[in-house]
Design a protein around this ligand. Sequence first.
Ligand code: GRG
Length: 301
Amino acid sequence: MEVRPVTGRIDTVLADLAERTNRDLERWAAPADAPAELAEAMRYAALGPGKRLRPALVHLAARAAADGAEPPVDPAPAAAAIELVHAYSLVHDDLPAMDDDVLRRGRPTVHAQFGEAMAILVGDGLLTRAFAVLCEQVSDGHVAAALAGELARGAGAAGMVGGQAADMGLCELPEGVSGVDYIHARKTAALFVAAARMGALCGGADVRTLEALGGYAQALGLAFQITDDLLDATAGSDQLGKTAGKDAAVGKQTYPALLGLRATAEAVDAAGRRALASIETIGSAAEPLRALLAKLAKRTH
Ligand code: GRG
């Protein structure tokens, strides 16, 4: 498959990468021999109209690590794998026992459309499928194992699942902003970090570049989640494609609730500056990552 270079305006770059990821998800979202009904629901979850940010981060980090050249290992399987994990997390997050929501990406959630038992199994199927894609599509076994390790760390109990447990009030947390930061770092930023580090591995990064890209993604993920909380407080459900205003309705501790809107916007800016500082040694190959940060700082959905 022809891979276009990562150049040009960030919107075009992201649209190209999303198209590529969608093509890969079409092929890889469900195994050919899965029961047809389960495969249909897995594809509904994986191919829904999301932003495909985490796969873009994999591709852009790979380019940055390869100094703007073609990455030595194709990042496409890693990009698809992380989106499958993200899709699973959304399906489970929407379940009645979790966030209990019926609207996601402007459509009925998976359990609203296919039933709760199917939604649980869709999540299980997507999570395990992600690791199958890495095993089957990355020919270098050492790289495949390293990618799987990064994905498991970011998605697992010390990462996204741990953050969700904390967010659900199932664990002791410090009061105030540090408790919110604890949740954001795990529930959201950990998968961004995994995406950037997986991309970096595909791009042949040395340890310094791996850490730099991981640090960028950590700060980007925090800025992204704080912006999510800001949008939940200020935007409407139509604009977001999911139910707005839920945090305030359940009295959740968030940046806007604890600090107000102005200090929340300042926290987003500060995280953005930390993201840029982390990749200042990388040079022009990281330009698309800088443009991505600027775009996300202005996002409205
Ligand atoms: C293990 C039962 C079980 C559940 C796990 C881990 C988990 C459920 C949920 C946490 C994942 C979660 C909802 C994190 C919030 C991160 C976030 C801001 C998601 C929305 O991401 P976008 O805006 O979504 O990139 P799109 O739709 O564009 O892909």
